[in-house]
Design a protein around this ligand. Sequence first.
Ligand SMILES: [Zn+2]
Length: 204
Amino acid sequence: MSTTTAPIDVRTEAFADFMADYPYASEVDSIADLPLQFFTADDTGEVFYARVLGFGSSYRKTHLNHAPGTKPAPGKSCSRCRWTDTAILWAQPVEDEGDGRFKPIARWQYVFVSLGKSAIEGEWQRDTIIWTEDAEDVLRKLFVPTKKDFRRDTGDMAIPPHNAAAFRDAACVDERIADLLARYEPVIPQGSRNGADVDPLAGL
Ligand SMILES: [Zn+2]
């Protein structure tokens, strides 16, 4: 394999921009119709080829629970100030052999990407990047605590709509994810890729 394209770091806004023009898996005929792209996800120089099977964001255009210019009160959420971008990739790590040539160094596998973002000054982005050959691990990572004061022994977990959207898109082109979707359908909500998806004014 060879390439001349610089890798996109999945942790950056360049990835979100890239995804704005990327086709949804639910809208293509097969996985081969999803463009193969060169990515990186850490600071060690690791690079990989991947197709993005699913993407979703909890970002909303409006502030909730507080006025713009102020911070959400402790315990209050606002998806204009803090949100998560989730992506499910099908990827193969490669090694740079120089002269634009790259050699595979591991099997094709899933990469689950969860980027906890914040527009509030002084707050850091929280990245979760999971590599796994097991589709069930991807499903497990979709679940998040339903309450802020989550305790692992008593807390409830559920799949938020943007994670469900990414998983449901991935199921359109990935057989193992499709099997899991069929098996666990009752706990996987209908997806919402982002806040702009459902517009009651559309079509009026
Ligand atoms: Zn806000």
